[in-house]
Design a protein around this ligand. Sequence first.
Ligand code: NDP
Length: 297
Amino acid sequence: MAATTVPALKLNNGVEMPALGLGVFQTPPDETRDAVRAALDAGYRHIDTAAAYGNEREVGDAVRASGLDRSDVFLETKIWISDFGYDETLHGFEKSADKLGVEQIDLLILHQGLPSAFDRTLEAYRALETLLADGKVRAIGVSNFMVEHLERLLDRASVVPAVNQIEQHPYFSQADVQAFGEQHGILAQAWSPIGGITFYRDSGHTSALQDRVIDRIAEAHGKSPAQVMLRWGLEHGRSVIPKSTKAQRIAENFDVFDFELSADEMTAIDGLDTGRRGGPEPGAITLETFGMAIPEA
Ligand code: NDP
């Protein structure tokens, strides 16, 4: 039985989403069931996967095996760019829903914009709007959209995205993108919320998990650096989706609802921003470089 209840964030259409979820990017399929099960046991009620992660099936298996009601677990997944286009994205939903083994997905988002083929991105988003109108998904959103991409989308969309999932951790916090979203009712959802990016890292890039400022604050609260970073993200009003495959860390990352950071501590962590992203440049995503096919269910 879970000891803690995760607080909810209200999306712009009234749907409630647990503020903290488990991310499963780079979680191998054969470790996904155990990771999701450990998260559900620890009290998580939100899992963030993606068609491109290759583990939607195992996420669905773990949720069913937990014995929890389907309605108790918030399932979020993402349409990959190779499935962009109106009909393609409708089919992308079918593939993800079938692999997850669900009728309805709680939050379906576009994994990236395709700035070089933005009309295709807009057609994909129009398909999300149809899925929302048809009750196939409870909320829709985007990921890795910068302000200019949000502006272009808002210009044409009928439904304001509920969420923009972006890289946000103490070394790269994208306050401008979050602020623009807030003005329009778009919730920021932090990926790599403990700075755990393991790709695109150059040799000079150190991990926020070893940062001295964060470490000092963690010691003062009797918490770990990961817990401090998650708390910092939550106190900035973001949804956070830390990933781990280890039951102990999964539980640790959930144990962040019994302390608060002071204004000075928040400011000190804000001051760590390097302005350098760890992940790929959203404007440079093309089908040619990132267009892998998503298998049928
Ligand atoms: P995170 O910031 O969640 O860090 C994960 C890394 O930190 C892993 O190496 C993990 O290792 C390690 N770790 C986890 N907990 C702890 C802890 N308490 N102490 C020390 N180390 C820890 O990075 P991710 O890049 O995984 O991002 C989280 C989620 O965000 C993804 O899983 C995915 O759902 C989403 N995401 C979305 C992207 C997008 O483009 N929309 C891009 C990247 C991520 P271990 O597993 O061994 O514990």
